[in-house]
Design a protein around this ligand. Structure first.
Ligand code: ADP
Length: 243
């Protein structure tokens, strides 16, 4: 599904991402962890075309997407969410899915047979935890609580019918109860065979979901493996605990 090779990017004197390599197979979930400032969001931005690499390659479904702009990457089926939700604040929650639902990708996939997009949007919002027929679905995004904005971010990704979804700290800013209700939503996507990359600080929840975990520190990949083996690695403990 995805191959990242020697990906590097500096900002001024800071090497934000440094020679990162990894591969991700279809139906797998890769967790990306690391201390603050270790390059996680920059890695997401490099993969999805929001930041250009100084060096390295991103291969998605066998195609080189390294220099493609974000909208082209999305149209190819690589969706991402933002740590800071970026909705259209004046639009109702479900109308926020229209950019994806009216995109050439979705039109192409459905061959013109789409039906009622509003109904599809509402179904998608229900899938990510909006209560059916409730006010939150028709509320403007500006008045949605933070937890729902994060759900909306996920629904926007799903609306694109993506092959790969990159979630940048989906759980950040959520209460424990909100995290607990979001986990089954993700688990359902995993059960459906979706391929995911999750940048996450909530390790306990991430380790339940992820097949593989990649650990960044100062922009470098310092470890990769299944959750149990990664947390036992001394270099990971010292990056986290400073020991
Ligand atoms: P993380 O997501 O792991 O917290 P980031 O990818 O946001 O880390 O940042 C990695 C490093 O790159 C940090 O030192 C950060 O300050 C720097 N950085 C990220 N984006 C920019 C930018 N647009 N301009 C300058 N420095 C940046």
């Amino acid at each position: 599904m995805l191959a990242v090779k020697g990906l590097s990017r500096a900002f001024g004197g800071v090497q934000a991402v440094d020679q990162v390599d990894f591969e991700l197979k279809r139906n797998q979930v890769l967790g990306v962890i690391g201390p603050n400032g270790s390059g996680k969001t920059t890695l997401v931005n490099l993969i999805t075309g929001f930041v250009r690499p100084d060096k390295g390659k991103v291969i998605f479904k066998g195609k080189n997407i390294t220099k493609k702009p974000p909208y082209k990457v999305a149209q190819m089926g690589l969706a991402r969410s933002f740590q800071m939700a970026k909705p259209f604040y004046q639009l109702e929650a479900y109308k926020n899915l229209n950019v994806a639902l009216y995109s050439p990708r979705v039109k192409g996939l459905l061959g013109g047979k789409f039906g009622d997009r509003d109904a599809v949007a509402k179904d998608l919002l229900e899938e990510v935890g909006f209560e059916r027929d409730s006010q939150v679905i028709t509320q403007t995004a500006s008045s949605l609580p933070h937890g729902y904005l994060k759900r909306l971010e996920l629904a926007k990704c799903l609306a694109l019918r993506p092959d790969l979804i990159v979630l940048d700290e989906l759980f950040s800013g959520l209460s424990l109860a909100e995290v607990a209700s979001m986990v089954p939503v993700i688990e359902k996507l995993v059960a459906q065979g979706k391929t995911l990359i999750m940048v996450e600080h909530r390790l306990r929840e991430l380790f339940r979901i992820a097949d593989q975990v990649l650990v960044l520190n100062f922009g470098r990949k310092i470890a990769q493996g299944n959750p149990t083996e990664v947390m036992d690695m001394p270099e990971v403990k010292s990056a986290y605990l400073g020991a």
